[in-house]
Structures are given as structure tokens and as C-alpha cells.
Design a protein around this ligand. Structure first.
Ligand code: NAP
Length: 473
């Protein structure tokens, strides 16, 4: 008993002496954690202020915008923003279900604009051609083309497109190259139109090796993904050569880096983290990565900003025109890549003019020695065009020369259109704009039920919803 007391008492005394340091230690730990969290938050907010933000309030009523890869990430947020400005947005996607989900999600934040889903697989040139011909058939103008879609896949997988091109070069560059080429006349005939290419700062580490376009001879293994970098450099060269050939037209060509953005881009190559690694990675993500809405700002700026009116070409970062590294200042490679790409996508390649004063003519286009394309229209063609456009004026539609042509009945079953309607005439006044916006929302919902293959689309969505619901039960 006595010894038990002797044994217990010192313990009780020790506990009572310890509570104060334990309290201090706990407060210290909590203080450090709170300090770190607040510190990170402040740094994050500081960084966010430095990230570019599109300040333009320009409305886009009646403008037709094509966005590739608009079902997720930067493309989806761009579609959301442009729709909220009243644009008619064509979501050019390879996964219709994901695109329809994106439309549904965009509709939770805006009733403005029209959202049209059309199938496009950039890894399949036949799909690019089908898509382009449908767009040309349905729309008599294209105000903005945004080449946004992209893949980032470990090179070791040696993935190829349907046509056998290395996947990054094939999807990120060649698919967009052909798409742009096929839509170019329509874009060019649309006043003050723009072409926007989403590249990346990783272009700096890219290299265009004409003897190894398919990477069959290997690639730099020291880079995380040399083949992605190459495709992003190709985007820059494409934009430069395009702008050069469009000189003097009213088309602005802009290529950009969106910053480091938290999207699904890395889904094929992100390491499979366990929860501890995820916890360690979280602060880095929190500090350095933008969300998709923040990451879409430079794309939106390039598509709408008044600051870029009349500008023929620009490389943009943080919503500002920026300079390019030396690796991308190589007009010879840019011109050669153009020719090589034309051949790869199966379009006629234009011969390079040799000798002074020599001109090479092809498909009604004259390539001058300096490499600038000048459109040559003979009088007959002009007359024909005038007749055609007179026909359009009388005919189906509508706003500032937009013609949403009626589908052939045959086509209707196949058309991947989600929400489509006729566009009202002219730039609406403020009041009209609001009215149009709210009626647009109602009509869109109706259109979603009524148009073309929408029954299929609705079924697809509902099925998917059912699957999700049954999984969550
Ligand atoms: N995230 C960044 O940090 C970052 C940085 C610099 C540049 N970028 C560029 O930003 C652009 C957008 O990427 P993101 O970050 O928004 O990634 P994302 O969320 O993965 O979006 C990429 C989009 O491209 C689509 N796509 C992929 N392959 C396609 C194909 N063969 N045909 C048609 N569409 C295809 C995807 O469709 P599915 O959903 O069907 O796969 C998806 O909608 C890319 O060009 C990327 O290189 C991103």
C-alpha cells in the first residue's frame, strides 16, 4: 500500500507539471500550421494578382466561335466565357457525351449564347475533313477559331494517330493545321476574324526535326516529354507562317501560353501518387497552378480583346503580347514546316518559288517570292461570289451575314448539333441584348429537345446520369 502511494504520487506530480508545456507545444504546432496555411494563402493571392485576366467586356452576339477540345479544362472555360458574351460556340470534341456534359455544366452558369456540339477527332484526318465540311455547310462565317485541344502522353507509349502520325505532332499540330487550312477561306472572308492557337512555354524545349517527324528515330529522354514540346513549338511556327501568309487580310493570328493550369491534361502521364505524396504535392499545386477558369484568360483575351484589333500576329502570356525565345524565331523552319505539314495532311503542297521574281501559282493563290500569299480572284469568280452572296441575303438567314443553313433532311439524323437556332439581326441594343439573352436560354432548352439527333444525345446523357446515380447508391 505504502509503496503503491510512493509509486503513484510522483506520477501525479509529473502530470501536473507537464500540462503547461503540452499546451504550449500544441499551441505552437497549431500556430505553425495556421501560419503555413495563411502564408500559402497570401502567396497564392499574390500570385493570382500577377496572373493575366481578360479585362475586355466585349459582347460577342452573333459571332461564331469554333473551339476544339471544349469539353474540359481551358477549352470548356473558354466556351463558358464566350457563350456568356452571347457568342454561338461550336464545341468541337471527340467525345460527344463529355461535350454534352460540358454544355449542361456551362448552362448552369449562363443562359446566353448558343452551344453547339460537333464531332471532331483531331487524331483522324478524315474526321477533321468531315467536321470542316459540316461547318462550312452550316455557317457562312467563322469569327474565331480556337485551336485548343491537346494531348500529353508519355512518349514511351509510342502512341500514333489513326493516320499513323506520332500522337503529339498528329493531334496538337497536324490535326489543327488541316482544320485551319480547310476553314481558312471562310475565316478570311469574315471581317476582323481571329485564329487562336494554344501553345505552351514548353515550346522553348521543342525541336522540329524534319527527318524524325514521327519520332521513330527516338527523342531526348532527358526531357519529360520532348514530343509534346516539339508539337507546341510547331504551334508557334504554324501561327507565324499563317500570319505571314495572311498579311494584309483582316485576320489576326494569336498563339499563347495559358500558364501552369490544373486540368486533365496530365491524366495519361501523371504519376500515381499515394495519399502521402498527394499531401506533399498539394501545396505546390496550391501555390503554382491556376484553375481552368484562370488558365483560360489569355485564350479569351486573344479571342475577344479590343487591344488586339488590327494586330496581325502575337505571342501572348498573361493576356499581354510577349517576346519569343530564339528557338522560335526561325522563319526558314516555319516555312518548311508549313510545306511538310501540307504534304503530311495530304493537301497539295505549294512549291517554293525559286529565282528572282518567280511566282508559283496554285489553286487561285499566288505565292510571291517573299512568301506572302495574295489572293487572286478573277472577275468571273468575283461575279459568281456576288451572285451567291445576293442569294444568301434573300435566303435563309440572318445576322451580319451569318447563314445557318437548313440541314438536308438526310443529314438531320447524323448532325451532332446540340443547341442551335436562328440568330437575330444586327448588334442588339442593351435592352434587346438582355431580352435576347433570356429568350436565348429558353430557346436553347427547347432546341435541346427538338433538334436533329438530340433524342440520342438526351438518351446518352440520361443513361449516363442513371449509371452515375446507381453507382452512388
Ligand atoms: N494545363 C496546362 O498546364 C497547360 C499548359 C500549357 C498549355 N496547355 C495547353 O492547353 C490546351 C488545353 O489543355 P487543358 O490543359 O485544358 O487539358 P484538357 O483538360 O485535357 O483538355 C484537352 C482537350 O483536348 C481534347 N482532345 C485531346 N485529343 C483530342 C483529339 N484527338 N481530338 C479532339 N479533341 C481532343 C480533350 O478531349 P478528351 O476529353 O476527349 O480527351 C480535351 O477536351 C492544350 O493544347 C494544352 O497543350 C495546357
Amino acid at each position: 500500500m505504502g509503496s503503491g502511494q510512493m509509486y503513484l504520487n510522483p506520477g501525479v506530480q509529473t502530470d501536473s507539471r507537464l500540462w503547461f508545456p503540452i499546451l504550449l507545444w500544441t499551441m505552437g504546432v497549431v500556430g505553425v500550421v495556421v501560419g503555413v496555411v495563411v502564408g500559402l494563402y497570401i502567396i497564392r493571392k499574390y500570385r493570382e494578382r500577377k496572373w493575366g485576366q481578360c479585362k475586355s467586356k466585349r459582347r460577342m452576339e452573333g459571332k461564331i466561335v469554333v473551339i476544339t477540345g471544349a469539353n474540359s479544362g481551358i477549352g470548356k472555360e473558354t466556351a463558358r466565357d464566350l457563350a456568356s458574351r452571347g457568342a454561338i460556340v461550336i464545341l468541337a470534341c471527340r467525345n460527344r457525351l463529355a461535350a454534352l456534359e460540358a454544355v449542361r455544366d456551362i448552362r448552369t452558369t449562363t443562359g446566353d449564347g448558343d452551344l453547339i456540339v460537333m464531332d471532331l477527332d483531331l487524331g483522324d484526318l478524315a474526321s477533321v475533313r468531315t467536321f470542316a465540311s459540316k461547318v462550312l455547310e452550316k455557317f457562312s462565317k467563322i469569327d474565331v477559331l480556337i485551336n485548343n485541344a491537346g494531348v500529353f502522353i508519355p512518349p514511351e507509349e509510342r502512341k500514333k494517330t489513326k493516320d499513323g502520325f506520332e500522337i503529339h505532332m498528329g493531334v496538337n499540330h497536324l490535326g489543327h493545321f488541316l482544320l485551319t487550312h480547310l476553314l481558312l477561306d471562310r475565316i478570311q472572308s469574315t471581317p476582323s476574324s481571329r485564329i487562336v492557337l494554344v501553345s505552351s512555354m514548353l515550346y522553348k524545349r521543342g525541336k522540329i526535326d524534319f527527318d524524325n517527324m514521327d519520332a521513330d528515330k527516338g527523342w531526348d529522354k532527358n526531357e519529360r516529354n520532348q514530343l509534346y514540346n516539339n508539337s507546341k513549338l510547331a504551334n508557334i511556327f504554324h501561327s507565324q507562317e499563317l500570319a505571314k501568309r495572311l498579311q494584309g487580310s483582316s485576320v489576326g493570328v494569336f498563339v499563347l501560353c495559358p500558364g501552369f493550369v490544373y486540368t486533365g491534361l496530365m491524366r495519361y502521364s501523371a504519376p500515381k501518387f499515394n495519399w502521402i505524396q498527394k499531401l506533399c504535392f498539394a501545396p505546390i499545386m496550391f501555390l503554382f497552378m491556376r484553375n481552368a477558369q484562370q488558365g483560360s484568360q489569355t485564350t479569351i483575351h486573344s479571342a475577344v480583346s479590343e487591344e488586339l484589333d488590327g494586330v496581325e500576329w502575337g505571342f501572348l502570356r498573361e493576356c499581354k503580347i510577349d517576346g519569343l525565345e530564339e528557338v522560335a524565331q526561325d522563319s526558314v523552319t516555319a516555312a518548311r514546316l508549313w510545306d511538310v505539314s501540307m504534304t503530311m495532311v495530304g493537301e497539295k503542297t505549294v512549291g517554293v518559288a525559286e529565282g528572282e521574281g518567280e511566282l508559283v501559282e496554285e489553286q487561285g493563290v499566288v505565292l510571291e517570292e517573299e512568301g506572302v500569299f495574295v489572293e487572286e480572284e478573277d472577275e468571273e469568280e468575283e461575279e459568281e461570289e456576288e451572285e451567291e452572296s445576293a442569294g444568301e441575303d434573300e435566303g435563309v438567314l440572318v445576322d451580319e451575314g451569318i447563314t445557318l443553313e437548313d440541314d438536308d433532311e438526310e443529314d438531320e439524323g447524323e448532325e451532332p448539333v446540340v443547341a442551335e437556332k436562328e440568330v437575330s439581326e444586327g448588334e442588339p441594343s442593351e435592352g434587346e441584348g438582355e431580352e435576347a439573352a433570356s429568350s436565348s436560354a429558353e430557346e436553347d432548352d427547347e432546341a435541346l429537345v427538338d433538334i436533329g439527333s438530340l433524342d440520342d444525345d438526351k438518351r446518352l446523357l440520361l443513361q449516363h446520369q442513371d449509371q452515375k446515380n446507381s453507382k452512388s447508391k
